[in-house]
Write a protein that binds this ligand. Structure first.
Ligand SMILES: Nc1nc2c(ncn2[C@@H]2O[C@H](COP(=O)(O)OP(=O)(O)OP(=O)(O)O)[C@@H](O)[C@H]2O)c(=O)[nH]1
Ligand SMILES: [Mg+2]
Length: 287
């Protein structure tokens, strides 16, 4: 069923990763879409549409229709990026943190939040999304359980992104009261991004999170993280498993998973445009 590529050298990835760990700074290569557009077509697809890029390794009998549900044009992606670029009139910044819902800020703009197991890469993804506004401080750590509060980041008047503490290992003891209450009560919450490790695939704790989202009846999206760490074979296996799981056991899940590497910006441009779209700030020219 699968046509697997030869294992590729991880040398370059490792060098970049070492630098990332040593300096704590996320690399900036390919952070902006205009840089990505300079890439050769093959690489451009890999960075911009990592899920669609997997199609060439799949048997033609595999149904990949769901890979193209959200399929913005380059122009759409470019327009969405402008929202993630700060200016004097358009301020992007950390706003506040909260450990309880009654401490959460009263914000009117649409909101999206990022949940997932501790260490799955939630804060790193926010950092990558905000890479065009490097003064925005998002703390990431290799120690699981680093984010202890709900952290609110305002993107001008357009929307708010919320970085959540992780569930599972070393999660805050008040996690349930904090996050479940937020998910159930937040009226301006437009979409929840549930992050799953692209290397290990969906875990029992993730399935519990899915059950909770299904029970709350709120729309959510699955995002596979750290795809730079997974071989194409592992990634394809995890994508197929997840698609199968989504089809059989979910109703509120967007049928197209998103694949990201916060280290190399794979899928980050597409996610920026999806966020702009679901918060009502990007009308697609293609649909
Ligand atoms: N190679 C690689 N490493 C990543 C990526 N995203 C995150 N990491 C690493 O994974 C570790 C955890 O990242 P965080 O973003 O802090 O994870 P988190 O989900 O916010 O974790 P908690 O706040 O503890 O729940 C850090 O060492 C990151 O450098 C990625 O796309 N690629
Ligand atoms: Mg975090």
């Amino acid at each position: 069923m699968l046509r697997l590529p030869k294992p590729r050298s991880l040398l370059r990835t490792n060098c970049l990763f070492q630098r990332y760990v040593a300096t704590g700074k996320i690399p900036t290569k390919n952070a902006s879409f205009s840089e990505v557009l300079q890439l050769q077509e093959k690489k451009l697809t890999g960075v911009t549409f990592p899920l669609q890029d997997l199609e060439k390794y799949l048997d033609p009998s595999v149904n990949t229709k769901s890979f193209y549900i959200f399929n913005p044009s380059c122009n759409d992606i470019y327009r969405a990026e402008a929202i993630f670029r700060p200016s004097d009139k358009h301020v992007i910044d950390y706003f506040t943190s909260a450990v309880r819902m009654d401490h959460a800020p009263q914000l009117l703009p649409p909101e999206v939040c990022f949940i997932g197991r501790s260490n799955v890469g939630k804060s790193s993804l926010l950092k990558a999304l905000f890479s065009l506004a490097p003064e925005v401080e998002v703390r990431v750590s290799k120690t699981p359980g680093h984010t202890r509060k709900m952290n609110f980041f305002k993107v001008g008047k357009y929307f708010t992104l919320v970085d959540m503490p992780g569930y599972g290992y070393r999660s805050p003891k008040d996690f349930v009261e904090m996050v479940e209450a937020y998910l159930q009560e937040r009226e301006n919450l437009k979409r929840t991004f549930l992050l799953v490790d692209g290397l290990v695939g969906i875990q029992p704790a993730d399935k519990i999170a899915v059950e909770m989202l299904e029970e709350f009846g709120i729309p959510y999206v699955l995002v596979l993280t750290k795809i730079d760490k997974a071989s194409k074979g592992i990634l394809i296996k995890n994508v197929i498993n997840i698609q199968d799981f989504m089809k059989k056991q979910t109703n509120g899940c967007f049928p197209q998973p998103f694949l990201v590497s916060s280290l190399h910006y794979h899928g980050v441009h597409l996610l920026r445009s999806f966020i702009a779209h679901v918060t009502g700030n990007l009308r697609l020219t293609t649909s």
